[in-house]
Design a binder for this molecule. Structure first.
Ligand code: R5P
Length: 281
């Protein structure tokens, strides 16, 4: 096995390789004078299973992933596996309004053209997996997340919406505490309304968990509500920290700590999901 990192995931590639005892490939990347992207895998991949690790949330990252998959195939890898820690474009997994494209299907089918199988982490909606013509595995990372919070002490796990109730339940199970979901309604891509059920949070250390923090609107609003209801501490976590438009500063104003996993690498990616990811590889 050889792990071939894209530029989105250098440190996750190293941790996964440590767990697997596999080599991390060297990759040359540059731009041609006209701005077009160039990728060359320098390590020998011939006859080996190549695990190409890269995200698809930025357009250039998506192209880099495709080029890196192709470089492995062209250079004789026995199997090429796309490992996409954060599967971007997955939120548009169906036509909501007439005339729209289904971006998650486009990503899945194009990646599958260059890979024998696809592995991702807590994709926004599993419906995306159904578009794939290749085996497509969705890895859960509850264990790494609850291990991180078991050191802090949490009394209650809260999901900001019904869709995340199962995730809250799994974390609460690991932390041996209660959980509930806030009733959220999305008004548009930047505005949501929320109602908290009749649960006593006074004096409690609350962990708010979501799949993605993007604009931070959802989590900041939920955190303020829990604070107003008397929670003693509010920790915020998510699998994927997108933090669009520097949204983390608005969240930090109302919470005690923000920690996300390293599916997207950044200063808040304090939870290493390499154990779960490596076991799927
Ligand atoms: C929505 O269904 C998701 O689970 C997240 O709550 C949402 O994507 C977060 O987005 P934002 O940070 O922009 O509120």
């Amino acid at each position: 096995k050889i792990v071939v990192p894209c530029s989105s995931s250098p440190s996750l590639a190293r941790s996964v390789s440590d767990v697997l005892g596999a080599q991390v490939a060297e990759v040359e990347r540059k731009r041609f004078p006209d701005g077009e992207m160039y990728v060359r895998v320098l390590s020998d991949v011939a006859g080996r299973e190549a695990f190409v690790l890269g995200n698809t949330n930025r357009d250039d990252a998506y192209l880099e992933l495709l080029l890196t998959l192709d470089a492995c195939r062209e250079n004789g890898a026995s199997r090429v596996i796309a490992v996409v820690p954060y599967f971007g474009y997955a939120r548009q997994h169906m036509v909501y309004k007439r005339g729209e494209a289904v971006s998650s299907k486009v990503m899945t089918l194009t990646i599958g053209e260059f890979a024998d199988r696809i592995i991702t982490v807590e994709i926004h909606d599993e419906m995306t997996l159904k578009y794939s013509k290749r085996p497509f595995m969705n890895v859960s990372v509850y264990e790494s997340m609850s291990a991180y919070y078991s050191r802090k002490g949490v009394d209650l796990v809260v999901s900001p919406d019904d869709g995340g109730l199962h995730r809250a339940e799994m974390l609460a199970k690991g932390l041996e505490c209660d959980f509930f979901a806030i009733n959220k309604k999305r008004i548009d891509s930047r505005t949501v309304s929320m109602e908290v059920p009749n649960v006593d949070v006074k004096g409690k250390r609350v962990l708010l968990v979501d799949d993605i923090i993007s604009t931070g609107g959802t989590i900041a609003k939920a955190a303020s509500l829990l604070r107003d209801m008397g929670a003693s501490s509010v920790y915020v976590t998510a699998v994927h920290g997108v933090f669009a438009n520097n949204s983390v500063s608005k969240i930090q104003e109302v919470v005690d700590e923000v920690a996300v996993t390293n599916t997207i690498e950044g200063i808040f990616s304090k939870i290493d999901i390499a154990p779960e990811l490596a076991s799927a590889m």
